[in-house]
Every structure is written in structure tokens, then in C-alpha cells.
Write a protein that binds this ligand. Structure first.
Ligand code: PLP
Ligand code: ZN
Length: 570
């Protein structure tokens, strides 16, 4: 049984961990923190014994049970949450010129978002406290996660959501047997109504970020990340919990899209405990991102204020992030940013939706719009140089997109085919006719008219460019991996466009440009140069007037390349 004290955030008064839901008897504060005796007393031996024990434990967040506020294992309500993969963002990294981006894939939780961690601990705590009926307010994902765990725990849940929560999400809440109360108003109003309802019915009301369970749940993201990074950096398999085989490692940055702020607050508590145990060094810098239509924290932060700029009428399509009144959570985050560094940024929804599509096309990761806000923030910080190329970044991939919201990909995402109906009698003739019809239809689908030659000797860069062109859908791509083959290819196929690297062994990109300009048949084929090289004035002069565009490798996005291609093609 963990030896825990409960500490008030405001006056630091402590009391024993009996009822986790009491407000501070000294000042009336509601924001409570769990303090673990063994973290504070014998860090060195405690840490050594703990990491040794971890090597023998399973891949779920319950492997850290000594630092979780559940006293009796029989109260644990679990769906196998935690120990989500930490994925390297290969293609995005190539595109952004930043090799050290890691994605904590929280989509792989039982209900598809990182709220599963919160639900697992909070509902287990409810069970431990003997609660059988509860009220929660949510922007969607908390309601889904709590509903699933409450179903398992036999707790009746009243979920208050705003009417802007997508219908599919509300249906999932109902599927688990919760009462869904749809509030025609903002999330902050839904919270208010939920509180009044709970008080009038004398029901337990989930305290969200103020509750101990919530913050303790989110800190497991820090524990897992530090364990998994340790394995990754040692060249070992990060999907296996290694415990004491590798030193723990904190990233330089932790990035997340923020609504109420629970994630970063809990994660930073986790990194602080690891530091106190002597397992990791400094805490990461924080990158917190909000939708510009509802950015009470980011806007205040940009002005250096420690008070949030409350948003009474959120103007964003990203419901998940529509907390307009963050309360004391913002102060806590502000102080964390002052102490450890980092930024808060507001991201326009248009950037978010574009980024959502890019992340899916480039690295096969489909995220919900709220999560894409963080990826758009990642792109921004890297491009602005706020995140330096040597810094290791972990981004919380907080939730899945299912179904994909319509405005992301528009209406024209299918290519339609209608196999010609054979109309012939008899089984064989019918089948043959149908196959022929399918082939014709498929050929008609393959109407790619523009042919692009990619001359690039670096396989990673070639893969990136190919991926960008493929995801666009209608180019025929020819590739060569050195200058001589490249020139031969260009002479053979006469492409509509050449995408060219400059630094190649043998005939380099400059040589190809000059050879093409010297041959009348190739003279007019447009060229886009993609290079990692800083060009000298003389080199620039050699290309001047001969190429359509020059892109710096590692700092262009798919949209940059596609824009240049569209402009270069006849
Ligand atoms: C809840 C949620 C967020 C915001 O999390 P907070 O830490 O509570 O601010 C971001 N993304 C997704 C998918 C979420 O469900
Ligand atoms: Zn107090």
C-alpha cells in the first residue's frame, strides 16, 4: 500500500491520504497533490529497487503502482491502458529536417485517446471510495473513456457534453450505457450545469484536473516516455519494458495540444518525481498549443500574463479543446513554463486541418483535429528554430480520428469506377466480360498525365519526395539515384518535370542542369532543385534562370513542393 500524503497546492498543508476527495481543511483549496513518502525520503535506494522490480512487470501503466493513488489492487479497473508505443516520426522528421521527433501514440489506448489513463485511475479510485454513481463534464473524450471504465466498474455515469461534440462520439458514450446530457452551450457552461446537477442529486462529481487521480494518471506518460527513450537511445526494443537495463531519459521537449491543461501538468509531475528519484536530469521544456478560436492560455502567455484571457464564446471547430475558462490550471502551467522553459502558441484551425492531412499522408498516423493542433505547433516551432535540431522532442499523439471529419479531405476523395455490364448470357462469358470491364475501368482510373523524374542519391530524401508525390495521387514517377542514370532517364522518358538533387557523385546536379540546357529536346523541361547545400553566390549564378524553384532539404513541407510543382508544370 503506497505511503501517500495529500498536499494543498495553495497553502501546502498536508494530511494523510484517507479520503482523496476532501478539500483543504486549512484554506479550502480544492487542488490537491499526492506526495509519496518514499520519493521524498530515500530516493537512491528506492529508485534502484524500483527500476529492478520494473524489469519484471507487464506493459501497462499499473507497472508503476507504487506511485499511483490506489491502495488495494482488487479495486483496479483496467482495459490494458498505458505503455503505448513511442514511435519515431521518420518521414515528418525528414521533411522538417529534424531527426529526433518521437510520437507517444496515445491513440492506441482502449478508447482511442490519452483520457483512458485518467479514466483508469479515476474510476479505480471511485471504486475504492465505494462510489456507484458519478457525474462528469467533458468535451468528448473524457466522457467516452469514463463511460467504458464505469461500465466495467458497475458505476452509473452521467456525462454532460456540449452539443458541438461530434454525434459519433456522443453515440459511443451512450453505447457504454451512460446517460448523455447534451448541453446547448459552451464546455464551461456544461461544467457548471453538471456541478449543479451533481449537487442537487447529491452525486459524486469528478473534479478533473484538481483531483489527485487525474494528475497521477497523466504522469505515467512521463514514466513510460523516459523508460522507452532509454531503450531507444540504447538501441534496444522500446516496445518491451526493460526496467533497469537502460538509464531513464527525459526528452528536451514535451509537446501537447491543451484544453484544460491536465496532460502537461501531470506529465511534468511525473518528470519531477523521476528527477527527485535521481533517475533523470532536468525537466523537459513544454510546448502547449491551443486553437486560436479558443486560446485563453496561449493568448495570455504571449502577453506574459499569469492570468488566463477567458474565452466566453469559443470560435473553433475543435470541440475537444474548447475550454474557455482554464482557471488555476493556467497559473500552474505558467509557473512550469517559467521554471523549465517552453512556449504556448495559438494555432489557426486551417493550419491544423492541413497538418492533420500531412501527418496521415507522410507517416501513416491518423489523428483527431485536437491532436493535429500539437503537430501544427511542432511544425511551427521547428521552422522558427524555437526547437533546435539537436533537441529531442516527444509529442503526445493524444487521440484518434474516427471517423475523419469531412472538412479535412473534402468531397473528392474517391475515384469512381463503373465496370461495364457484360449483358452476355452464360456464367463464363459473364465473368470474362466483367473482368474486361474492370480492367477498362482501372485503366481509366490510371489517368496520370504528368510524368516527373526524381534524380536523388540519398535514399531517405528520394523516399520523402516520392511519398509527397504519391500522396498527391496523379503523377507518374521515374527515379534515378545518380547523375549519369538521371540524365539518361531524362533523355529517354522526356518527363514533364525534373526534381533534382545537386550533390551527387559523378555527374552532379549542376552538370545535369547544364546538359539539359544544351540539348534543345530537354531545354524546356522545368527543373526544381532540392538541396541540402548552402549555395555560394557563384553556384547560385550557375542555376540562375535555369531552374523553376530551389527548395532547402529538411525545411520544406509537402505543400511547398506541391505548390512549386504546380507552378512549374506547363
Ligand atoms: C483532452 C484532450 C486534449 C487536451 O488535454 P488537456 O491535457 O486536458 O488539456 C488534447 N487532445 C485530445 C485528443 C484530448 O482528448
Ligand atoms: Zn490549503
Amino acid at each position: 500500500m503506497p505511503d501517500i500524503a495529500i498536499e494543498c497546492r495553495v497553502c501546502h498543508a498536508r494530511r494523510p491520504f484517507t479520503n482523496p476527495y476532501l478539500t483543504c481543511p486549512t484554506c479550502g483549496g480544492q487542488w490537491m497533490e499526492a506526495r509519496y513518502h518514499w520519493v521524498e525520503t530515500a530516493p537512491k535506494e528506492a529508485a534502484a529497487g524500483w527500476t529492478a522490480a520494473l524489469a519484471r512487470r507487464g506493459a501497462s501503466l499499473w507497472r508503476y503502482h507504487e506511485l499511483l493513488p490506489i491502495c488495494h489492487p482488487e479495486n483496479i479497473v483496467t482495459l490494458g491502458e498505458g505503455w503505448t508505443p513511442l514511435l519515431r516520426a521518420h518521414n515528418l522528421g525528414l521533411m522538417l529536417g529534424h531527426p529526433r521527433i518521437y510520437i507517444k501514440d496515445e491513440r492506441q489506448g482502449p478508447t482511442g485517446s490519452f483520457k483512458d489513463r485518467q479514466a483508469a485511475i479515476a474510476v479505480s479510485a471511485m471504486k475504492e471510495a465505494g462510489i456507484t454513481e458519478a457525474v462528469v463534464a467533458s468535451t468528448g473524450n473524457v466522457a467516452i473513456a469514463y463511460s467504458a471504465y464505469c461500465a466495467r466498474a458497475g458505476i452509473k455515469l452521467w456525462a454532460f457534453v456540449t452539443s458541438s461534440v461530434p454525434a459519433d462520439k456522443m453515440r459511443e458514450v451512450a453505447l457504454y450505457g451512460s446517460e448523455v446530457i447534451k448541453v446547448a452551450g459552451t464546455y464551461d457552461q456544461a461544467k457548471q450545469i453538471a456541478a449543479e446537477f451533481a449537487a442537487s442529486k447529491n452525486l459524486f462529481l469528478d473534479q478533473g484536473i484538481k483531483a489527485i487521480a487525474a494528475k497521477e494518471a497523466m504522469k505515467t506518460i512521463a514514466f513510460e516516455t523516459a523508460e522507452q527513450l532509454g531503450s531507444l537511445l540504447a538501441g534496444d526494443d522500446p516496445t518491451i519494458p526493460h526496467g533497469n537495463r537502460h538509464p531513464w531519459h527525459a526528452p528536451d521537449w514535451y509537446l501537447q495540444a491543451v484544453s484544460g491543461g491536465l496532460g502537461p501538468v501531470g506529465v511534468m509531475k511525473g518528470f519531477a518525481e523521476l528527477r527527485d528519484l535521481g533517475l533523470t536530469g532536468r525537466l523537459p521544456k513544454l510546448g502547449c498549443f491551443q486553437s486560436s478560436g479558443c486560446a485563453p492560455m496561449a493568448h495570455a502567455f504571449q502577453k506574459g500574463q499569469r492570468q488566463a484571457e477567458n474565452v466566453l464564446n469559443p470560435l473553433t471547430d475543435i470541440t475537444t479543446l474548447a475550454t474557455g475558462i482554464p482557471g488555476e490550471a493556467y497559473e500552474v502551467l505558467f509557473d512550469l513554463l517559467q521554471a523549465h522553459g517552453g512556449v504556448m502558441e495559438a494555432i489557426p484551425d486551417a493550419d491544423t486541418f492541413h497538418t492533420l492531412h500531412t501527418v496521415a499522408k507522410m507517416d501513416g498516423i491518423s489523428v483527431e483535429p485536437a491532436t493535429a493542433v500539437a503537430f501544427a505547433g511542432l511544425f511551427k516551432l521547428i521552422r522558427e528554430g524555437v526547437i533546435a535540431p539537436h533537441e529531442l522532442v516527444v509529442i503526445n499523439c493524444s487521440g484518434h480520428t474516427f471517423p475523419v471529419e469531412k472538412h479535412i479531405i473534402g468531397d473528392q476523395y474517391t475515384r469512381n469506377m463503373a465496370p461495364a455490364d457484360s449483358g452476355v448470357d452464360g456464367q463464363d462469358a459473364h465473368t470474362a466480360g466483367r473482368e474486361e470491364g474492370l480492367l477498362t475501368a482501372l485503366e481509366e482510373l490510371d489517368n496520370r498525365v504528368q510524368r516527373i523524374a526524381v534524380i536523388e542519391d540519398n535514399p531517405d530524401a528520394a523516399r520523402l519526395i516520392r511519398r509527397i508525390l504519391q500522396a498527391q495521387g496523379d503523377f507518374l514517377i521515374d527515379e534515378a539515384s545518380n547523375g549519369l542514370d538521371g540524365l539518361r532517364l531524362i533523355q529517354q522518358v522526356r518527363p514533364n518535370l525534373v526534381i533534382l538533387d545537386l550533390m551527387m557523385p559523378g555527374l552532379d546536379g549542376f552538370g545535369i542542369v547544364e546538359a539539359m540546357k544544351a540539348q534543345p529536346a530537354l531545354h524546356d523541361i522545368p527543373i526544381i532543385v532540392v538541396t541540402a547545400k548552402e549555395l555560394s553566390p557563384i553556384e547560385r549564378q550557375r542555376l540562375d534562370g535555369k531552374i523553376k524553384a530551389l527548395l532547402q532539404k529538411g525545411s520544406f513541407l509537402d505543400s511547398d513542393l506541391l505548390t512549386d510543382i504546380k507552378q512549374a508544370l506547363p
